[in-house]
Design a protein around this ligand. Sequence first.
Ligand SMILES: *Cc1c(COP(=O)(O)O)cnc(C)c1O
Length: 355
Amino acid sequence: MTHAADPPEADAARIVCDLRSDTVTRPDAPMRAAMAAAAVGDDVYGDDPTVNALEAHVAALLAKEAAVFVPSGTQGNLCALLSHCARGEEAIAGRAYHVLTSEAAGASVLGGIALCPVEIAADGGLDPEVIDAAVKPDDPHCPVSRLLCLENTFHGRAVPMERLRAAAAAGRRRGLSVHLDGARFFNAVVELSVPPAELAGVADTVSLCLSKGLGAPAGTVLAGPSELIGRARRWRKMLGGGMRQAGVIAAAGLHALRSNVAGLAEDHRRAGQLAQELRELTGGAQEVAQATNMVFLGLAPDTYMKIVQHMRQRGIVLNPPLPAQRLVLHRDVGDAELAVVLDEFRAFFGRNSEA
Ligand SMILES: *Cc1c(COP(=O)(O)O)cnc(C)c1O
C-alpha cells in the first residue's frame, strides 16, 4: 500500500474531519501544555527525566524489565528485529503484517535478516501449524529461524488472547523469541478488555505507538528484557534515533497514556455507528466490516472514488483505496464531526440512488 495519500487541497481550516488514519491526530491543548511544561535533559546521556519517566512507565505498565523511546513505530520494530536476530537469521511474520509490507525491508537491508511471510488467519492471527511449518530445520541450506513477529491490532482486528498465546507457544516450542508489533496496542487492550501486562505477556518484546489513536505527535516505546533493550538502545543510536531534549515529545506520550487510552473505546463505538449507518445506506448489499476504530468498505471502485470526491468537496478527507477502502476513527473525530460525515454519506447515497 502506498502511504502517500493525496495531500488535502483544502487548507487545514476547511477540513471538517480527516478519516485517512489515526496518525492524523493533532496534540490538543492539555497535551501541548504537558509538552511545554516538560522537564528535559540530554537523552543520549540518559539525562532526560521525562523520557526516563516514560520508559519506566511503559516498562511497568507492560511488566517488562526495560523500555526505550524511539521516534517511530518503524524504528521500534527495526530496533527489535536487529536486537533479536543476527545476520543470516530469520523472522517469521504474517505476510500482510506491517513489518513485511510497510517498513522498506529495513531488517533485511540493515541487518541481513531474512523475513519469512506466512498466511494470516481470518481473525488476523497466525495459526500454530503455519508457524510450525515455517520454522526451518537445522540445515546449512536454511536461515536460522529466530523470531516470530505478531501484530495486534491487525487491520483494526484485535486478535484474541488465546490465539496469540497459541501462536507464541508454537514459536517458543521451536525455539523462537516473540515480538509483538503493537502499534495500536491499546486499541487491542480496550477491545479485548485485558490488562496491558497480560497482552504484553504473550511476547518477549512489544512496540507500541503513541502517535496513532493516542494522539501524540511522534514516538513509540519498545519494551522487553533489559539486556535486549540495551542492544536496542545501541541500534537506535546507530539508526539516528538518539534524540536530545526528547522530553518535549515524551511528555506528550506520557500525557497520552494517562489521559487518552479510555477514549479509544469511543473511537470504536463511533466506528460501529458509522459501519451500521453504511450498512443501512447500502441496503446490506455491500460488504461493510468494522474492527476497533476502522471501517472497511467493499464498494465498486468507481463508486468509492465518487464518495472520496464528494467528501473532499465538503472538507471530509478519505484515502483513495490503498487498496483497501478504509475509514479510520480517532480522537479528532467526535460525535459532531461524525454526524457531519453521516449526513454526507446520506446525501451521497440519496442522490445516487435517485440517479
Ligand atoms: C503505523 C504502524 C507501524 C509503524 O509506525 P510509524 O510510526 O508509522 O513508523 C508499525 N506497525 C503497525 C501495525 C502500524 O500500524
